[in-house]
Design a binder for this molecule. Structure first.
Ligand code: ADP
Length: 432
């Protein structure tokens, strides 16, 4: 069962189902009504079913009424080039700026899917924030009472360290240069703090991992956290997930991640690793960014600049697209160590295949060298997936071990899939 999402009731269908718009802007849906008294304009908690959105059900009325025919009413707090920020009962919300004139202080209505609806008045109305909804609208974990809710929300937040007990540098095949440079960048300041101070080199800086997807960037960051800290000192920020559309929310999340990492590092007296995956989505070039993104970059830079006071935190950013990152982030003193992750060579491909099949019964017929030769240009992640596919084929065929032939079938299927994907991309491009 999911934790529940907040939605606004727009209509009640003839069969009693509710037609709702999700407050997080993820669209509208028809959900079955398991509440006693949901009415149009109420906010309900919807439990999602994994199988199909059509089975989602409203289980609780979280707030009665207060909205204008299913729309949210709010007061414009700021007008940006492309968006406007609106204060509503549910906190600050950002929607695309419409063509018509909008000024700060206008009272406007927005639709449940968070698009501009209409100007209601050029004067502001009074908005009373609902603290419980303000928090939950973001994290969406509703307990039975307020305190539970607050606590659960905190526990579920993005900022819990991930357990990475099993990943070590030895598991990462190849990439020796990356390992050496990473170790040097982090170990020197740890081992020789006085010397670093003497040479005016204090303060932690960030390390940027760049290279094609699936080349072990995340894996290496986890191994690093394990190597230097405890197994729960790895804080993972998914770039695209943190770029929330709620006004001010992304900045708060970034602050909280750094705060949580700092606490962990202090508690354990060992460094914590903050890993930002797809960092290009968090800090795109400011000249190409919109208002929201510019604010996020600014928050991020201020966190990086404050690192000296933050205890032992190693910040690692990963990207496939190094050139789209804001140059200010790559400046010395911030992310001034850049480490390239390249695709594995033939020998490394063979070792990656071996490592990922080490817990599988493998027939002596399997020639890893031969498979490695046939997988030029493949990433570690691709190779891991081919091992799994070959294993599945062996299981399907009721074989006691995986055979070379299974790998060959898996390779063929993989190639077919790749070709189909390439074809699709080509078609989409042609249509555009
Ligand atoms: P990235 O972060 O660069 O996109 P990941 O670290 O998430 O890539 O890699 C995905 C998976 O591929 C890893 O969990 C691991 O199983 C496998 N993999 C990738 N590179 C390597 C490598 N050099 N050695 C061993 N396994 C690898």
């Amino acid at each position: 069962m999911s934790d529940g999402k907040l939605a606004l009731v727009n209509e009640i269908a003839y069969n009693g189902d509710l037609i709702v718009g999700y407050i997080d802007g993820s669209g509208s849906a028809t959900v079955s009504n398991h509440t006693d008294d949901a009415e149009v304009s109420d906010i309900v908690k919807v439990e999602e079913t994994i199988s199909s959105r059509n089975n989602d059900r409203a289980v609780d009325v979280v707030k009665k009424g207060g909205f204008d025919r299913g729309r949210t009413v709010g007061v414009v707090e700021a007008v940006f080039d492309e968006t406007i920020a609106i204060r509503t009962e549910n906190g600050l919300v950002e929607v695309n700026r419409p063509d018509e004139t909008i000024e700060e202080g206008y009272t406007i209505a927005i639709t449940p899917s968070q698009t501009f609806s209409q100007v209601l008045n050029e004067e502001p109305i009074e908005i009373t924030p609902k603290p419980d909804i303000e928090v939950d609208a973001i994290n969406l974990n509703l307990g039975s009472d307020n305190e539970d809710r607050q606590e659960e929300t905190e526990q579920r937040s993005l900022f819990l360290p991930e357990n990475i007990e099993n990943v070590t540098f030895d598991d990462v095949i190849g990439l020796q240069d990356a390992k050496d440079r990473l170790t040097e960048a982090v170990s020197l300041p740890m081992e020789k703090p006085d010397k670093m101070a003497e040479f005016d080199l204090e303060g932690r800086f960030g390390i940027l991992f760049y290279g094609p997807p699936g080349t072990g960037k995340t894996m290496m960051a986890k191994a690093a956290a394990n190597e230097w800290g405890s197994s729960d000192s790895f804080f993972h920020i998914g770039g695209p997930e943190i770029v929330s559309k709620y006004y001010g929310e992304s900045e708060r999340q970034i602050r909280d991640v750094f705060e949580a990492a700092k606490q962990k590092a202090e508690e354990e007296d060992e460094p914590a690793v903050v890993f930002i995956d797809e960092i290009d989505s968090v800090v795109p070039r400011r000249d190409r960014a919109d208002e929201t993104e510019r604010r996020i970059v600014a928050q991020f830079l201020s966190e990086l600049d404050g690192l000296e006071d933050r205890g032992d935190i190693v910040v690692i950013g990963a990207t496939n697209l190094v050139e789209v990152i804001d140059p200010a982030v790559r400046r010395p003193g911030r992310f001034d160590e850049e480490i390239e992750f390249s695709l594995p060579d033939s020998g490394e491909r063979r070792d990656i295949l071996k490592v990922h099949s080490q817990n599988m019964p493998v027939s002596s017929s399997v020639d890893f060298k031969n498979i490695a030769e046939q997988t030029r240009g493949w990433s570690g992640a691709d190779l891991e997936s081919i091992v799994k596919k070959a294993g599945l084929i062996a299981v399907k065929e009721d074989r006691p071990e995986v055979h070379h032939e299974d790998f060959m079938i898996a390779l063929e299927r993989f190639d077919e899939q790749r070709e189909a994907k390439r074809q699709q991309t080509k078609e989409v491009r042609q249509q555009e």
